[in-house]
Design a protein around this ligand. Sequence first.
Ligand SMILES: O=C(O)CCC(=O)C(=O)O
Ligand SMILES: [Mn+2]
Length: 208
Amino acid sequence: MIDSLFNSLYESGGWENIAAPDADLRVMPAFYPGQEASALMQRLLEETPWQQEAITLWGKQHLQPRLSAWYGDPGSAYAYSGVVLQPHAWTPTLLRIKSDVENAAGQRFNSVLLNLYRNEEDSVGWHSDAEPELGQCPVIASLTLGETRTFRLRHKSRKELKPLLLDLADGSLLLMAGTTQHCWQHAVLKERRPRGPRINLTFRTIGL
Ligand SMILES: O=C(O)CCC(=O)C(=O)O
Ligand SMILES: [Mn+2]
């Protein structure tokens, strides 16, 4: 967590709340301690059928600058930017992580998007997770394994608000809830300094 945010953090139930207008953001920095996080990272690197999806933007096809995989309950197909991802069936590794995340979040999830950022060149551009199938005020739990990358948030309309920068470290869990997706966008941008691999898992609830 960056220093400038330190004053706006307060603790509740192991969560650090991040004070930001029109958002409900919490972080658990050591949700999985070091060794457990490394073991899970290794298992997911090996077990996941990683794919580089093609997306359509303004009528043009592009390969996404990261690898991904979608898991979920049967029927939880996920559509965005011209891609429709059919879910893989849950693995024991992912079911175990899902149950840990559900206990911390106090909320059930029926799907998860895995992203693998292979190095500093991989990224996800500015967006909000506001697809209709996620519902009105989606709760999204985001687990980071591996390299620390900067997670940026910017308010959609209040341009006077400074972007928030969260350094999401190995084993950390971020919860985004309330009006966060309505009012804010987020991104993990390319970096110049060399970065090792990072896996991010965003647990979601898709209306079936
Ligand atoms: O990698 C991250 O921390 C964010 C990923 C993300 O925003 C997404 O998959 O929708
Ligand atoms: Mn997102």
